[in-house]
Ligand binder design. Structure first.
Ligand SMILES: Nc1nc2c(ncn2[C@@H]2O[C@H](COP(=O)(O)OP(=O)(O)O[C@H]3O[C@H](CO)[C@@H](O)[C@H](O)[C@@H]3O)[C@@H](O)[C@H]2O)c(=O)[nH]1
Length: 238
């Protein structure tokens, strides 16, 4: 089987971002020449994201856009796990659907993976060339703090533990997920911790994370508490 890339997009209230994102994904993936599909996991968004996704499916076709909606907001981590079941490619790309992860970086992920036959390529905001655009001081501090604390306690092989823009060999992601306990945003941190335990290779591509244009972040107080709990759980058990 040749390379096929499955892009998993979890959505909750992303009706304004989705059409632009899909257009950009089509542009960069068609240019790359690789086979690909996009799986959208919408959690019954009240803003009508699913209806927009259906229109995009009509435009680009059912083979390119696969819709796997769920009945309610069940969390970011479980959305990835659910979507992965329907991925037919041998590589999987996880990214946010709010335009904070630009599809222009995907060809760089693919190139690095191929050059070194890596198991995982992780986008990083915290290495030379990477960064964040549009966040206020408070959000920058929270992200830096969470990343610093996770680095200190978990000692992973990657500089951006809390980011989620990554490419995985599908079999690698499946193996890591099988031992993950997190359900929310902390999921992406745990995947890299499990990857280190299994000895999977990780490469990094600097990315600029741009704050969303439309809509609001779903990262709230409950997620922060969950993050702290899971961080200490992973510290104590791994
Ligand atoms: N299906 C589904 N999607 C969700 C859910 N919660 C969030 N999403 C989707 O997950 C993506 C990220 O959600 P945001 O709420 O936009 O995240 P953020 O605040 O920008 O957080 C980003 O930065 C964090 C820290 O750096 C990252 O941990 C996080 O993954 C994300 O990249 C978006 O596509 C959003 O629609 C959910 O419960 N269900």
């Amino acid at each position: 089987m040749g390379e096929k890339y499955c892009i998993l997009l979890p959505t909750y209230n992303e009706k304004d971002n989705l059409p632009i994102l899909i257009w950009l994904i089509m542009k960069y993936m068609n240019q790359s020449g690789y086979e690909f599909e996009v799986v959208i996991i919408d959690d019954n968004s009240p803003d009508g994201t699913l209806e927009v996704a259906k229109e995009l499916q009509n435009i680009y076709g059912e083979k390119k856009i696969i819709l796997k909606p769920r009945s309610g907001k069940l969390g970011l981590g479980t959305a990835y796990i659910y979507g992965l079941k329907y991925a037919t490619g041998n590589f999987v790309i996880l990214m946010d659907a709010d335009l904070s992860h630009h599809p222009k970086f995907i060809p760089d992920f693919i190139q690095l993976q191929k050059e070194r036959d890596l198991d995982i390529v992780s986008g990083t905001r915290y290495k030379d060339g990477g960064g964040v655009c549009g966040w206020d001081f408070k959000r920058k501090l929270i992200s830096r703090g969470a990343n610093f604390l996770s680095q200190l306690l978990l000692r992973p092989n990657a500089s951006d533990l809390t980011g989620s823009f990554r490419l995985y060999k599908k079999s690698v992601l499946e193996k890591c997920i099988a031992s993950c306990v997190s359900k929310g945003y902390v999921f992406q941190m745990e995947v890299l911790v499990r990857a280190r335990q299994y000895g999977f290779s990780i490469g990094e591509v600097p990315i600029t994370f741009v704050d969303r244009l439309y809509g609001t972040s779903k990262l709230g107080g409950a997620e922060f508490i969950q993050f702290a709990k899971n961080l200490f759980y992973l510290f104590a058990t791994t």
